[in-house]
Design a protein around this ligand. Structure first.
Ligand SMILES: [Ca+2]
Length: 175
């Protein structure tokens, strides 16, 4: 019996670490969005080496420390957004105190319902207890779904204005 192989119209699978995009091309399945990149938007905080930070008394709270970069090249699918963050306690309160909210947003909106905002992740309430220790960059992951390639994604960090927070970058990989 002859081995006929795969049918001729079957696309070969992408190599390890790559993913097929809407055009049928294999692309690297790993994206790095630096907080200090000029495509990013900041409503509060200041530039710091390798990222962006906000401090109580210096910067306004309840503002976005990070938003953007409105990147549309991630194929449809489920992913993890890994936020690289550094935290330092400044105010009173216990370990339940919220430091920031993290949300992955589809900036194109939800099927024409509303403009600019359509969360494609849970809204992750980042609390003090999520950090193992102060003054050390650590990773917090947020799962999200890219519903269709071409949607402009942004990775938001809404800073509460109490504890110091620094964001280095957000990395995205398939879930
Ligand atoms: Ca960085």
């Amino acid at each position: 019996m002859r081995d006929l192989g795969p049918p001729p119209d079957a696309a070969p699978p992408c190599p390890q670490g790559q993913i097929e995009n809407a055009a049928g091309e294999c692309i690297l399945a790993h994206w790095v969005f630096e907080a200090e990149d000029e495509a990013m938007v900041h409503e509060t905080g200041e530039r710091a080496p390798d990222g962006w930070r906000a401090r109580q008394g210096w910067h306004r709270g309840d503002k976005h420390l990070l938003a953007g970069p409105y990147f549309a090249g991630i194929p449809a699918g489920r992913y993890l957004a890994a936020y690289h963050l550094r935290w330092e306690r400044e105010g009173g309160g216990n370990s339940e105190r919220r430091v920031a909210a993290l949300v992955v947003n589809n900036f194109d909106g939800c099927n024409g319902q509303g403009m600019y905002f359509c969360p494609v992740s849970i809204v992750y309430e980042l609390r003090r207890r999520h950090f193992d220790r102060e003054n050390q960059v650590q990773v917090v992951t947020v799962p999200f779904e890219q519903q269709a390639e071409g949607h402009h994604l942004e990775f938001r960090v809404l800073w509460d204005g109490i504890d110091e927070l620094f964001v280095d970058r957000v990395e995205v990989r398939p879930l």
